[in-house]
Design a protein around this ligand. Structure first.
Ligand SMILES: [Zn+2]
Ligand SMILES: [Zn+2]
Length: 224
């Protein structure tokens, strides 16, 4: 039996044997279809016990769900107009009027109204896909304790664990001192070979000189 490939659904995160359709969220895992699914990701969430790991959706997708009755007045939503805090749909600006309620005063309104006939608040669409609606100013209470909000500085700066070290040498002469300090074992082997060649050459030269001197001496003696 061939080895089964395992994949993680990029939309819901379910781990499963490789297939073209996610067994958990039903999204098509074919590349082109996946791009469409990715295009539907946005900053709005509907609280869903069945699919708790899915990314958020676009405003248009959520508005469509509201129009089709998939989102009701008591459904829990979060998005840019709730500062990402869970809120009942009838209080969510941008969605409540589609459910026939003014998010501000609760008056019965027509989904096609552009503003509340009672309190005059505007009914807008929030289509910025990348805007979570979080406050850009510093939070008024609390601050990050040091470099990380998950670890304190002592833990980050604690370097008593095994420090990084050079991999152990596998040569048979680990204690041999080497003058240049940069040679790898291979490099040093080549260097040694070169040195012995030079030494041999030098010895040969000396031998030749001695032979020449002896020959000259013998020649001199024979001449006299
Ligand atoms: Zn999935
Ligand atoms: Zn109102």
């Amino acid at each position: 039996m061939s080895k089964q490939r395992i994949l993680v659904c990029p939309i819901c995160g379910e781990t499963q044997p490789e297939s073209s359709l996610c067994t958990a969220c039903g999204v098509s895992l074919v590349k082109d279809k996946l791009l469409i699914a990715e295009g539907g990701i946005g900053p709005w969430w509907v609280r869903d016990e069945e699919l708790p790991h899915n990314p958020g959706m676009t405003y248009d997708h959520l508005a469509d769900m509201a129009r089709r009755g998939k989102v009701e007045r008591h459904t829990l939503l979060r998005g840019p107009t709730t500062r990402q805090l869970w809120t009942v749909a009838r209080r969510v600006a941008g969605i409540a009027h589609l459910l026939e309620r003014c998010h501000e005063c609760g008056t019965h309104v027509n989904p096609k109204d552009r503003a509340c006939p009672e309190c005059n608040v505007s009914f807008l669409a929030y289509r910025d896909r990348n805007n979570l609606g979080l406050e850009e100013s510093e939070p008024s209470q609390g601050e990050i304790d040091g470099m990380s909000s998950f670890l304190n500085d002592t833990m980050i700066l604690n370097t008593t664990s095994k420090p990084l070290s050079m991999p152990e040498r596998k040569t048979s002469e680990p204690s041999e001192p080497h003058e240049d300090g940069v040679g790898s074992p291979q490099f040093r082997a080549v260097q040694r070979r070169l040195e012995s060649t030079l030494r041999a050459k030098r010895n040969l030269t000396i031998a030749l000189v001695i032979i020449a001197l002896i020959a000259a001496g013998l020649g001199f003696m024979a001449f006299t």
